[in-house]
Design a protein around this ligand. Structure first.
Ligand SMILES: [Zn+2]
Length: 348
């Protein structure tokens, strides 16, 4: 089968990647399904894998891609939840469904947790074999969910849902600050915060992205290249600060995030695209009783819930661009430039 693979890590750009012929994904074993991928979507996680994460990927060449959607090609023994030909979304988080965390329903805390394209072969391939737990039918909508939309849905929607709803427990009327609104997680966090009735301040370095954020419901927008965010947040909220900051930038924004919080405020983070080491002054942390919350992907119940929301017409993915499979490297260059609003997809 054709797949987009990584032959070595640590390159300058994408010189170690290639569209190549590889052995087909294995036939599905008990409890597994094999999916004929119709589209995949790119995430910054893919760029981290390409540039090299400690100890990852475990074997080279490695098939890239965390997000994907397609038609069930075949099912293994005992699978009754889906049948061949069915259109499915793929949850990129692979759990063992047997450790203490899985048994408690917290699949993204699984002792053997892994993500497609990072710890397991990815979605940028014609075929992918995954546990049947990881696929759910694409909801019927009018107009129908396109393959690029279906591929763009899972990783960012699941991640943002857990951050905003489960971890930060954002409530109606609360103020939420979301950094870097062009990114998929941030854009989806904005939309989820609006769904639950919060007031959202969105930042970007691009006025075009801020205009789009306003269309998607942002109450206030800030250009973080030209404005001091914490100071502006104080003005907007009558000196009070925001209840919740949604973070995935890390080193470049962390101190400004802490300065933006109201007393008792919460920061929820799923990553640090600008750098992993954060400086936290412990004095405001304890005095104002802040809470710092980590969040990764989501559990099976959260995944079912976001797919149910999609079926109600909510949180339909925003696809900035879609490329054919033979131009997948151009798609990565597009993601890497960072000028997109929403997701970059690839049809397979
Ligand atoms: Zn587990």
């Amino acid at each position: 089968m054709k797949a987009f693979i990584l032959r070595a890590t640590g390159g300058e750009g994408f010189e170690h990647t290639a569209l190549a012929d590889v052995a087909p994904a294995p036939a599905p074993g008990p409890g597994e399904v094999r999916v004929a991928i119709k589209a995949a979507a790119l995430n910054h996680l893919d760029l981290f894998v390409i540039r090299g994460l400690p100890g990852l990927p475990k074997a080279l060449p490695h098939i890239l891609g965390s997000d994907g959607a397609g038609e069930v090609e075949s099912v293994g023994p005992g699978v009754t939840s889906v049948r061949p030909g069915e259109r499915v979304l793929i949850n990129p988080g692979i759990s063992d469904y047997s450790c203490e965390y899985c048994l408690a329903g917290e699949h993204s805390l699984c002792l053997r947790y892994g993500i497609l394209g990072e710890h397991h072969p990815g979605t940028l391939a014609q075929l992918l074999t995954v546990p049947s737990h990881n696929v759910l039918p694409v909801p019927a909508l009018t107009p129908a969910v396109t393959w690029p939309e279906a591929a763009a849905f899972s990783l960012v929607t699941l991640t943002a849902w857990r951050m905003v709803v489960t971890r930060a427990r954002v409530r109606a009327g609360e103020w939420v600050l979301v950094w870097g609104i062009g990114g998929g997680v941030s854009l989806t966090a904005l939309r989820i915060a609006k769904l639950v009735g919060a007031r959202v301040i969105a930042t970007s370095s691009s006025d075009a992205k801020l205009a789009r954020a306003t269309e998607l419901g942002a109450d206030v927008t800030l250009n973080h290249r030209t404005q001091e965010v914490a100071k502006a947040v104080r003005q907007i909220t009558g000196k009070r600060g925001v209840d919740v900051v949604v973070e995935n930038v890390g080193a470049a924004t962390w101190e400004e995030s802490l300065r933006s919080l109201a007393k008792g405020g919460r920061i929820v983070t799923c990553g640090g695209t600008s750098g992993p080491k954060l400086v936290t002054d412990v004095r405001p942390l304890f005095w104002h009783q802040f809470t710092i919350l980590g969040s990764t992907m989501g559990n099976a119940a959260e995944y079912r819930e976001v797919v149910r929301r999609l079926g109600r017409g909510e949180l339909r993915p925003i696809v900035d661009a879609s490329y054919p499979f033979d131009r997948v490297r151009e798609a990565f260059e597009h993601l890497d430039r960072g000028d997109q609003i929403g997701k970059v997809a690839v049809t397979v």
